[in-house]
Ligand binder design. Structure first.
Ligand code: 13P
Ligand code: 13P
Ligand code: MG
Ligand code: MG
Length: 380
């Protein structure tokens, strides 16, 4: 726990809290009026000194609040601020008759902590270093497990992160905090020693998700009790008990100087790996890294997208954002993702384009099965 004066910490907290509170047309993008409203609310909170700084973005239909402050993670005031901002934006969305107004606000009233209430949350509290590069990743039309492969590659795969070989300060490896989101339990696994155990879990990406990454034991440059990456793990269907939109996730990743370099942090997204989500949250498809302006899921409500906003922290101020995937070096990835989209689409309702039965549990498909239930007869 950091030193606290007047409830304020010497450490900086970055809180990335997001929700889909209405979009147009269908599930495509956040309306400019909602972005304006959110920016106004954030500016007010800055003026009142609740926040040090804030940046409002959207990834497709998801409204993203990137906030800095000194109040620590899971702070009631900050979570309430995000909740109130989403509620205010919902009112605007209702007036405009946007699709799914208030979609991710699953409860009627805020009760202390926004986790478990619908919005997605990724938070990091740490001592700001001399240079503090930070990347906020935001995805649309997919689920938290979509971060498993790229975050694994950033912090544990030497074929991705050259620093794991070249830089001795990275040789102690990193610790992965993995959550079982079905049974609400967690486990800490050390890499490189427990790499195979880690992969045995996180390959099951709809259940085991990387929640945080910590510096490995004896890291020469970083406090061991300060996380270096955090992912939102909220699963809407597990909260609401039915399909209410996908759990479009976000992540915060710190970089450089004893951590993966910035280019090593974004390199895993050159893969365009397969993730689940897309149309009706029911299909597998390639994750396409795009610039902010292309974070618009149109074709078959997809394919799923990821944007990356790069910042440096300047005494808590967010210097940026730099639109990191707005780079022709990612054109081949995007082209390949478009080709994979064609290929996957040709399967129509067949697996593995459509998700397997167990992942369809929270969609409307069980209603179709129920309709047929009495028609089945015993087969010889
Ligand atoms: P640092 O160790 O200072 O992060 O430098 C590594 C680097 O930037 C290589 O690309
Ligand atoms: P979102 O989760 O982005 O709202 O998308 C829902 C959907 O059903 C898309 O087809
Ligand atoms: Mg939506
Ligand atoms: Mg979305």
């Amino acid at each position: 726990m950091a030193t606290r004066r007047n409830g304020e910490s010497s450490k900086i907290t970055v809180s990335l809290i997001k929700a889909d509170v209405g979009s147009y047309p269908g599930h495509t993008v956040v309306h400019p009026d909602l972005l304006e409203t959110a920016k106004r609310e954030m500016a007010k909170a800055k003026q009142q000194k609740t926040l040090l700084d804030a940046c409002v973005l959207n990834c497709g239909d998801d409204l993203e609040l990137i906030m800095t402050h000194r109040k620590g993670t899971d702070n009631r005031t900050i979570h309430q601020l995000a909740w109130n901002t989403f509620e205010t934006c919902t009112e605007v969305a209702k007036k405009l008759k946007l699709y799914g107004a208030g979609q991710d606000l699953l409860v009627d009233a805020f009760s202390g902590n926004i986790r478990g209430m619908g919005p997605g949350v990724a938070e990091l509290e740490f001592t700001e270093r001399k240079g503090e590069p930070l990347v906020a990743f935001m995805m649309d039309k997919t689920e938290p497990g979509a971060f498993n492969l790229p975050v694994y590659k950033m912090f544990a795969d030497p074929f991705n992160t050259a620093g794991l070989i070249i830089d001795p300060t990275l040789h102690g490896g990193f610790d992965f905090e993995v959550w079982d989101i079905i049974e609400s339990r967690k486990v800490l696994l050390h890499t490189p020693a427990e790499l195979y155990d880690l992969l045995a879990l996180i390959g099951t990406k709809s259940r085991y998700v990387i929640k945080r990454v910590w510096p490995g034991k004896g890291h020469p440059k970083l406090p061991l009790d300060e996380p270096v990456a955090a992912v939102s793990t909220e699963k809407l269907s597990l909260i609401a008990g039915e399909y209410v939109g996908k759990d479009d996730p976000v992540a915060l990743v710190r970089s450089q100087s004893g951590l993966p370099a910035l280019g090593e942090v974004i390199e895993p997204f050159a893969h365009g790996h397969l993730v689940s989500g897309w149309m009706r949250g029911s299909h597998n498809g390639p994750l396409m890294p795009v610039g902010f302006k292309d974070a618009r899921c149109t074709r078959f409500d997809g394919p799923p997208r990821v944007i990356a906003a790069g910042f440096v922290l300047t005494n808590g101020a967010l210097t940026g954002p730099v639109d990191l995937f707005d780079d022709p070096a990612f054109n081949p990835t995007r082209q390949r993702a478009a080709e994979i989209t064609d290929y996957m689409r040709r399967h129509g309702p067949f697996e593995p384009h459509r998700l397997p039965a167990e992942d369809m549990e929270y969609t409307t498909l069980p209603k179709v099965m129920a309709k047929l239930k009495d028609r089945f007869q015993k087969a010889e």
